[in-house]
Ligand binder design. Sequence first.
Ligand code: FE
Length: 211
Amino acid sequence: MASCACPTEHGRTAIDGYDPAARVKALEQVLVEKGYVDRAALDVIVETYAREVGPMNGAKVVARAWIDADFRTRLLEDGTAAAAELGFGGRGGEHLVIVENTPKLHNLIVCTLCSCYPWPLLGLPPVWYKSPPYRSRAVIEPRAVLRDFGVNLPETTAIRVWDSTAETRYLVLPLRPEGSEDLSEDRLASLVTREAMIGTGLALAPAVAAI
Ligand code: FE
């Protein structure tokens, strides 16, 4: 089984009776007191992920791929290099693989071990992505999981599940929605949700996004 370097406890959650927030605070206190980490540096990292790194980055990549066929080709061939063209990369994005949805194939991303995720393009993973039920059911019954997220695919659409690791992290290139032919790149990016890039959702229809 692939190794994972995520700073998590691989499956241990609040179920074991501890409050994760309190544990994080206590761990931070100890590390600061012993001089292993600098609190100001920690604040910079947290601020960066809160304000500058998030799904809006991945949405820009997707929108560019929708309007630029050459970029799309490069993105599918080497996701890391293509994302770097738009200025996105770094920790958690050293080996990005972009998987393209088609009418015949829908891609779904999971990390069965813990929570590996393409940080430079999506930011930090949502709580459900790290939950044991998602991590197991996404593999066992992906079509049912998609229904739980409100995505009902035709039986003729196959589902492929990609298991992320610390080394390789995936991003879904969703189908471009109908009715979006005349939209600007920025407007297209506004149709691309975090869920669409994980595969638990679809890109928004322009009429829905305008509401
Ligand atoms: Fe992980």
